[in-house]
Design a protein around this ligand. Structure first.
Ligand code: COA
Length: 115
């Protein structure tokens, strides 16, 4: 059963400016593994976390670092959940897709529960 879907888009240049303007923002939003990525990938991962919040109908209740986006060997992105986000996900399957082009990064999330 589909529990929720979420989508988000991010202006990459504006996101770059926010990261420069607000020291500590990168550390707040991203894990060490994520933080070294190029800004388009960071913007897409920010979109992924926002899209997840929408799919879960959750407004600012989770720590951003409790949700990490990694790439599988094929390049396909996937979430790793810890802490309160892992508790909320509680074994559901979460599908994620990312895209970045033409100055925009975007993400779509589907939360699917089998039991
Ligand atoms: C809910 C949230 C994601 C909305 O983000 P936003 O950038 O303000 O929203 P966007 O401009 O991308 O999209 C707006 C649309 O989101 C939808 N939306 C608003 N609240 C929502 C909710 N609780 N659940 C799902 N969708 C929601 C609405 O349809 C809205 O459009 P509308 O007002 O025209 O109907 C954001 O407010 C939020 O809570 N972010 C926190 C994310 C977080 O905690 N992440 C931690 C890691 S999981």
């Amino acid at each position: 059963m589909i529990e929720g879907i979420g989508i988000d888009v991010v202006d990459i240049e504006r996101f770059r400016e926010s990261l420069i303007r607000t020291p500590g923002l990168k550390t707040k939003l991203f894990t060490d593994r994520e933080a070294v990525l190029p800004v388009a990938s960071l913007a897409a991962r920010f979109a992924a976390k926002e899209a997840l919040a929408k799919a879960l109908n959750a407004r600012y209740v989770f720590a951003w670092q409790d949700c990490e986006v990694i790439n599988e060997e094929s390049g396909r992105p996937a979430f790793i959940f810890t802490g309160t986000v892992a508790e909320r996900i509680d074994g559901a399957t979460v599908h994620l897709t990312l895209s970045h082009d033409a100055g925009i990064a975007s993400a779509m999330v589907i939360v699917e529960r089998t039991s």
